[in-house]
Design a binder for this molecule. Structure first.
Ligand SMILES: *[C@@H]1O[C@H](CO)[C@@H](O)[C@H](O)[C@H]1NC(C)=O
Ligand SMILES: *[C@@H]1O[C@H](CO)[C@@H](O)[C@H](O)[C@H]1NC(C)=O
Ligand SMILES: *[C@@H]1O[C@H](CO)[C@@H](O)[C@H](O)[C@H]1NC(C)=O
Ligand SMILES: *[C@@H]1O[C@H](CO)[C@@H](O)[C@H](O)[C@H]1NC(C)=O
Ligand SMILES: *[C@@H]1O[C@H](CO)[C@@H](O)[C@H](O)[C@H]1NC(C)=O
Length: 368
């Protein structure tokens, strides 16, 4: 009995003990499971990280070979993926860009000098660190523009040969996809100043080649690059502008930057200078026709100073219906600054305007 009782007592004690510690046991069991779970998920996480890190470091190794900074990579990567996006595939169909250099035959020397300037490291069309073994190592290289020389009269083999030789010798020829020569076939009457440059600009749109491009950067021989990599900057600027506005533009360029500009007539100060990125869209072609019709009674044949006349047209209240639709598509931006014949301090501009890559004008006081 006692034994029995003892036994029962012991059993009861054991059960009581178990019962007493039941809660603690549950808690311990729960904690054990929790710790097991945490360790497992930590382990998983570590594995993922290893994989991820490996891939990331492989990518950075690859990038470091040919791009100057990580930030630049990221920018370029995001632009690249943007340009591969549906928007550009469907709406823009990805036409090429062109850098068009218009000049009258008599300015061949000036034009050759302008191109020779691009040999200086800080004026190169693309960053020299991207140029390796005759290739441009940039994700954007498939979007590089064609380089087009555009003369006022007909085809002139001597001019073509001189320019071809010069570019063949250059360090930067790979910064462009191809080299082309086109001609405006102006008559003596259509040529001259200021009519010649205006006629030449408008005639570009008559040529089938203009339809190969979505936009072109019109670059006269007194436009000076002040930073390396200006060609990729033009690529970036063109596509980013269209993408961020979600609509095409007609032109991006400079207003007058000269100090005393306030003394000038509004229209002289306030228009996109011809050295700009221009659209070749149907809308732009229609706009050109409208402006030509508008000036027909005054000038007869052709325009006189096309860039200013575009804004004269837009600011005339009789044209406000057209203006209200397209005025916003003419954009002022300082990737280029117009100083024309006026003196400027290149060092100062480089310092104060990080987005300026080009200056229209040769009167740099630093080079005196
Ligand atoms: C890492 O790269 C390998 C091979 O390119 C690929 O199979 C794997 O999915 C990548 N892992 C991650 C986390 O991106
Ligand atoms: C470019 O120059 C190389 C020699 O430096 C020459 O062999 C080649 O024919 C030239 N190409 C053109 C298009 O002039
Ligand atoms: C000038 O003439 C050439 C043929 O020699 C032609 O290919 C080109 O389109 C003409 N230019 C213009 C503006 O019509
Ligand atoms: C460019 O500068 C010249 C000289 O100051 C001026 O005559 C012309 O109107 C300017 N054009 C623009 C768009 O600033
Ligand atoms: C141009 O600007 C730089 C930077 O401010 C200055 O150091 C230099 O003296 C200036 N040059 C001239 C000729 O004024």
């Amino acid at each position: 009995m006692r034994n029995h009782r003892d036994g029962t007592g012991q059993n009861n004690k054991y059960i009581r003990l178990v019962y007493y510690h039941k809660r603690k046991l549950y808690i311990i069991l729960f904690l054990a499971l929790l710790i097991l779970f945490i360790i497992r998920s930590l382990g998983d996480g570590r594995n993922d990280n290893v994989q991820l890190n490996t891939n990331i470091s492989i990518q950075f190794d690859r990038f470091n070979v040919y791009t100057p900074t990580e930030t630049y990579d990221k920018e370029e990567d995001s632009l690249y993926s943007l340009m591969m996006s549906d928007y550009f595939q469907s709406k823009l169909l990805y036409k090429n860009l062109a850098v068009v250099i218009p000049f009258p035959e008599k300015h061949l020397e000036k034009t050759l000098n302008a191109i020779k300037r691009w040999d200086q490291v800080d004026r190169m069309p693309c960053d020299p660190s991207l140029l390796v073994n005759g290739k441009v190592y940039s994700k954007l290289s498939k979007f590089l523009p064609d380089l087009i020389f555009y003369t006022n009269f007909g085809r002139n083999q001597k001019i073509i040969d001189q320019i071809t030789d010069l570019i063949n010798e250059s360090q930067w020829k790979q910064c462009f996809k191809s080299l082309q020569f086109i001609h405006a076939n102006l008559t003596e009457e259509e040529d001259g100043y200021p009519r010649g440059p205006a006629n030449q600009f408008v005639k570009f749109y008559d040529m089938p080649i203009s339809r190969d491009y979505q936009y072109f950067f019109y670059m006269e021989n007194d436009v000076v690059p002040i930073r390396r990599g200006w060609v990729l900057e033009i690529v970036r600027l063109t596509y980013m502008t269209e993408a961020t506005r979600r609509r095409p533009f007609m032109a991006i360029g400079s207003t007058v930057r000269e100090k005393e500009a306030f003394k000038r007539k509004v229209i002289q100060r306030f228009h996109v200078n011809g050295n700009a990125i221009w659209s070749t869209s149907e809308q732009m072609r229609k706009f050109l026709t409208l402006v030509q019709e508008y000036y027909q009674p005054h000038y007869g044949k052709g325009l006189m100073w096309y860039d200013g006349e575009f804004f004269e047209y837009l600011l005339d209240s009789r044209n406000w219906l057209v203006s209200s639709v397209i005025y916003q598509d003419f954009i002022f931006y300082d990737f280029l600054q117009n100083y024309s014949q006026w003196p400027y301090n290149e060092t100062l501009i480089k310092q104060d305007f990080p987005s300026t890559y080009l200056i229209h004008g040769l009167n740099n006081i630093n080079s005196k």
